[in-house]
Ligand binder design. Structure first.
Ligand SMILES: *[C@@H]1O[C@H](CO)[C@@H](O)[C@H](O)[C@H]1NC(C)=O
Length: 271
């Protein structure tokens, strides 16, 4: 009996502390969000989460810093790879404007590291500004989040030591070579380990961002955004058919490839 009661109280305490986190957003204090940018960023890694953040900022006190190596235009297409043949055709992509350099970026509550081909170029050129920036800001952050191969930047910064993390399953071998003692999770749409959240490839960042802001700002606000952008989020962080598609070592072969999704906040059935 005693262990049962103890378990009950532990659960109760965990729920309460989760509740405290859920109310962590305080309108009288601005939530300071930063997004890292580099040439060759994956557009949706940035724009997917940003669409949710932009819409939430209409009703919540949020500031946004787009953080590049330098302030100004950050090209969408990646610079050429050092050790790879060029692509058949030049890659086209949208440029984006960094409002801050990493040197003058404001104090941050949430820092998002996106993925993209440009990270490989930075690595080939031994340019460590992103990982150094993450390491220097880690302690002040409420949440450090990555999308896709952005997890490689987290690993390189050293903050994933002893933590669970995931990344794009199509780039698994490349991204997971970085970091020491990282508990890479082969089958996960996203992972949460303390203040570090990481998502799988590109579109998974939208599901993770929804889960994170639902935690921070409540289901009503987060669901309203999902339904406004007409996106049906995956709610199950363990759903990850791309771990099988891309034959990730250790992937959960027993999982269903398909998963039922529907509008956020509604009951639905899939047949
Ligand atoms: C938003 O946060 C800033 C900074 O903490 C604060 O000065 C301002 O009053 C807040 N705005 C509102 C509408 O609460």
């Amino acid at each position: 009996m005693a262990p049962k009661i103890a378990t009950f109280f532990l659960r109760f305490l965990l729920l309460c502390s989760a509740g405290v986190w859920a109310q962590a957003y305080d309108p009288s204090k601005q939530l300071s969000v930063g997004i890292i940018l580099f040439p060759g960023f994956q557009p949706l890694d940035v724009i997917g989460p940003l669409d949710i953040i932009m819409m939430l900022s209409a009703s919540h006190n949020i500031s946004l810093a787009m953080i590049g190596k330098e302030e100004g235009i950050v090209p969408g297409p990646s610079p050429p790879r050092r050790n790879e043949p060029p692509t058949a055709y030049p890659v086209r992509g949208p440029s984006i404007v960094a409002t801050h350099s990493f040197v003058d970026a404001p104090k941050l509550d949430i820092l998002l590291a996106p993925g993209g081909m440009g990270l490989r170029v930075l690595d080939e050129n031994k340019d460590t500004w992103i990982q150094d920036f993450i390491a220097s800001r880690y302690d002040e952050l409420q949440y450090l989040v990555s999308v896709c191969t952005g997890a490689a930047s987290l690993a390189q910064s050293g903050v994933l030591k002893g933590r669970r993390a995931t990344t794009n399953k199509a780039s698994w071998a490349w991204a997971t070579q970085f970091g020491e003692g990282v508990n890479w999770v082969p089958t996960a749409r996203w992972t949460e380990d303390g203040k570090v959240w990481t998502s799988s490839g590109v579109s998974a960042g939208i599901d993770m961002t929804y889960a994170l802001f639902k935690r921070l700002m409540g289901a009503e606000a987060a669901n309203r955004i999902m339904n406004a952008i007409e996106y049906t989020p995956h709610l199950n962080e363990h759903w990850d058919p791309f771990s099988l598609v891309h034959k990730v070592p250790g992937a959960d072969a027993s999982q269903q490839l398909g998963e039922c999704v529907g509008p956020a906040g509604f009951e639905f059935k899939c047949s």
